[in-house]
Design a protein around this ligand. Sequence first.
Ligand code: 6PG
Length: 231
Amino acid sequence: MARLTVHAGPEALGEAVARELARAAEEAIARRGSFRLGLPGGRSPEPLYAALVRGAGGGLPWSAVEVFFADERAVPRSDAMSNARFVGEALLARVGAPAGNVHRMAGDAPDLEAAARDYDALLARRLDALVLGLGEDGHVASLFPGSPLLAEETRRVGVVTDSPKPPPRRLTLLPRAVNEARRVFVLATGAAKAAAVAAALEPRWTAPLAFLGSREWHVDEPAAALLRGRR
Ligand code: 6PG
């Protein structure tokens, strides 16, 4: 069963998830010496990144945080559509995350399959926490409904060539990498996400997001509006 928290709005959601991440980081660093954190692009995490910049929950000890990405578009790293550029500008540059701790996916590589294999190797040690934004069509990372990548069990990172959301070519974490993460936070805000949230959190959970069924969902009131039995 998903653990669902409904927040009054995006700011409260960002603050709450930032606090959870701060606690998870403290524990991971005490036990394993670093905090391996996966982050998405898109608009959903913006309030979280703002809260992390404010130092909510005491902030993250960035020198011990290893940053990974949920997915990346096949664009140059300077492109406005680059997730690494977005996360860099919205968060990492503002908190002074050491560049050597930021592990971007090589969406600009000529051989995306080789880039996926390289990133897979980086994830042999699992993520301590992974943040995902839920798309209006119910996708997370670049795992879109109906994608054959949802059934891939061996690899942790895959290449998308036909994303319905532009650009079509992307790198993405696969269900194995998501399943291996110690904590997964799925974020959804705004009325446009309400149908996707309701479909995902139906009592009879079905594919394609079944692998997120036991994870931590943080949504705001408008995104929770179509959930029956929870309101
Ligand atoms: C991306 C993101 C993607 C995003 C969802 C939700 O590359 O687009 O990583 O997976 O999280 O599409 O997007 P929004 O948060 O903007 O709705």
